[in-house]
Design a protein around this ligand. Structure first.
Ligand code: M6R
Length: 613
């Protein structure tokens, strides 16, 4: 999970940058580097491996200067090695950049730049950005103007920090979308830059948070903030609390809100290092999925609780569809009491944010006793569900503090998709063309999530219209049936409004009796293979006087005339659509609870980690 640190001031930048990177270590990374402006030249040290390796490079060949930037990288495009590690220099060596995010259109940009004579030194997507900056510097623009012009070419979500030897008294930073934040720490005659607060909290508590599509020109004495279009903005310096927990919340009122917004980054980190876009391959080394095991698996039981179980239900659709292996989803607390049919050709796959949920662990234990192979998809490093498993996928979402799970729901959806593709390849049930198509779609995910987040203001208005409701029905089908369950769970656990998730096709078997003008019906109806069925569901709810809130795909012209409110999501490949359809429902639940003035991060009666049966 990439991290960024920068410094401009009077002190030696090298230890400040290295310490800042150290404080971001918890996010995980596989290479690291820094660039220091030393005697008018940019000097870079970078390598694969941990920060100790970088520190020893710096010790062997010291760097001194008062301006510097550093980065920890989780590989997405190109393996972790010194060439692919950040910072990346331009061809002249006069400009240097660190970057968080994925440049979705980097192949097109790379071709364009190669035709202009640019020689690439890495396999990264990031390198196109610095060459674009150099292109515009060559045309006589300032660093700020060149960065602005370069960014307008990029698709995707990005946080970037750039340094030029020709403008040594400034660092330019920018944020597009939500690929992690960009925060500027204000000191006395010195300024700090970071992707995450912990990197710079030891130096200052006065922060300027960049919003999406904003740039900052940072000098020793201050910061100038402008839009990507060049309009200068008044910026607010926020003083974050000395309490480390509140400080972590940064610009957000609640952790849940922060974690919803972290999803672009957590999804980027989820695919980072696991996806080889060039060859259309998935790499899940910790899962220990051998060709022999792939061949003999006869059944997978996904065992999990709450939100994690709903992620598992999406996984069932994906694994059965892509890898053609039968999957059952078992609620952790049920599995061990029903004497499940498990043998050595069974895999029990636990999904757990905490990795310590008692019922999930008990289900794993039951499966172990019956001879199954154990896998887990887990967030908390070193937790029990990780330790007892024969193989695992770590979620890479960072700490999730809010009791209502959000980023730890969307990440396993992508993990399960990757697992399905990998399994399918090893079992020989998909051809190369299909595999490459499925893998290529992963590149879109972070940006699609960001586009959902961009619609927060519209969703907040819908929340205002629903704040007084007493009950709500959530309907979905197929791969988005679990989205309905998860949307309802989010609402009930933080707003205390009764909400019911239901498979839409089951409505006519009973629940339709509930529909009247007082019953809002949230219908998850993106353009997926179940769209027509969901559309007729909306018509049925309206015919009974129901109030319909539809999750629909941008550009859909049929739903707005009949729905009372529409929560728009961008067009998403259907197997990945549960990642986007759930985000408006998370935001909706969040705002309803916030408007009701509730304790969102610690709802009554709930614990983050349920370690008792
Ligand atoms: O730590 P886990 O993922 O195993 O937790 C499972 C559930 O307790 C958890 O998802 C719970 O349902 C959340 N409060 C949902 O937001």
């Amino acid at each position: 999970m990439c991290g960024i640190v920068g410094y401009i001031g009077q002190k030696d930048a090298t230890p400040i940058v290295l310490n800042g990177l150290k404080r971001l270590e918890y996010r995980g990374y596989d290479s690291a580097g820094l660039a220091i402006l030393e005697n008018g030249q940019i000097e870079v040290r970078r390598d694969a491996g941990k920060l100790e390796r970088l520190a020893s490079l710096v010790q062997e060949s010291p760097l001194h200067g008062q301006v510097g930037i550093g980065h920890t990288r989780w590989a997405t495009h190109g393996e972790p090695n010194a060439h692919n590690a950040h910072p990346h220099l331009g061809m002249t060596g006069d400009v240097v950049l660190v970057h968080n995010g994925i440049v979705e259109n980097y192949l097109d940009l790379k071709e364009e730049l190669k035709e202009e004579g640019v020689v690439f030194n890495s396999e990264t997507d990031t390198e196109v950005i610095i060459h674009l900056v150099e292109r515009y510097l060559g045309a006589g623009r300032t660093l700020e103007e060149a960065v602005r012009a370069a960014l307008l070419h990029l698709r995707g979500a990005h946080g970037i920090v750039v340094l030029s030897k020709d403008e040594p008294d400034k660092i330019v930073a920018a944020r597009m979308g939500n690929a992690g934040g960009v925060v500027i720490g204000v000191g006395d005659g010195e300024m700090y830059i970071a992707s995450d607060l912990p990197a710079i909290l030891e130096h200052t508590r006065d922060m300027v948070f960049l919003e999406s599509r904003q740039m900052a020109v940072v000098t020793r004495s201050g910061v100038k903030v402008s839009t990507l279009e060049g309009q200068e903005l008044l910026h607010e310096v926020q003083t974050v609390s000395w309490d480390p927990v509140s400080a972590e919340k940064g610009e957000y009122r609640h952790f849940m809100h922060k974690e919803i917004h972290e999803q672009v980054r957590s999804l980027t980190d989820t695919i980072a290092g696991r996806v080889d876009f060039d060859h259309g391959r998935i790499n899940l080394p910790k899962l220990n999925l051998t060709p022999e095991l792939a061949e003999r698996i006869e059944r997978i039981y996904i065992v999990a609780c709450g939100t994690a179980a709903y992620a598992g239900m999406v996984g069932k659709v994906l694994i059965e569809r892509i890898a053609r292996v039968p999957v059952e989803v078992d609620i952790g607390s049920e599995f061990r009491y029903r004497d499940p049919i498990v043998d050595e050709n069974t895999v029990a796959l636990a999904i757990s944010q905490s990795g310590e949920t008692a019922d999930t662990l008990a289900a794993l234990e039951e499966a172990r006793q019956k001879g199954a192979t154990l896998w887990s998809i887990v967030n908390a490093i070193g937790s029990q569900a990780m330790r007892v498993a024969d193989g695992f996928i770590s979620m890479q979402v960072g700490p999730e503090i809010g009791v209502a799970s959000t980023k730890a729901y969307t990440a396993p959806l992508v993990d399960l998709y990757m697992l399905a593709v990998h399994l399918a390849e090893l079992r020989g049930v998909i051809n190369e063309w299909e595999r490459k198509g499925l893998v290529a779609d992963l590149r879109l995910v972070p940006d699609l999530a960001g586009r959902c987040l961009d619609r927060e203001a519209e969703i907040e208005k819908v929340a205002q219209a629903l704040v007084e409701v007493r009950s709500a029905l959530y309907l979905g089908r197929g791969v988005n049936m679990p989205t309905a369950y998860e949307g309802a769970l989010k609402l009930k656990e933080i707003s205390y409004i009764h909400a019911e998730g239901y498979p839409a096709g089951e409505m006519k078997h009973g629940p339709i009796a509930l529909i009247d003008a007082d019953m809002p019906v949230v219908v998850v109806a993106p353009r997926d293979p179940w769209y027509e069925k969901m559309f007729s569901q909306i018509e049925q709810a309206k015919a009974r006087g129901g109030r319909v809130i539809a999750v629909a795909t941008e550009g859909d012209e049929r739903i707005p005339p009949i729905a009372d409110h529409v929560l728009w999501v961008p067009e998403t490949p259907w197997m990945l659509s549960p990642v986007t359809t759930v985000i408006p429902l998370q935001i909706l639940a969040y705002h309803i609870a916030a408007l009701r003035g509730l304790d969102i991060d610690q709802p009554r009666n709930l614990a983050k980690s349920v370690t008792v049966e």
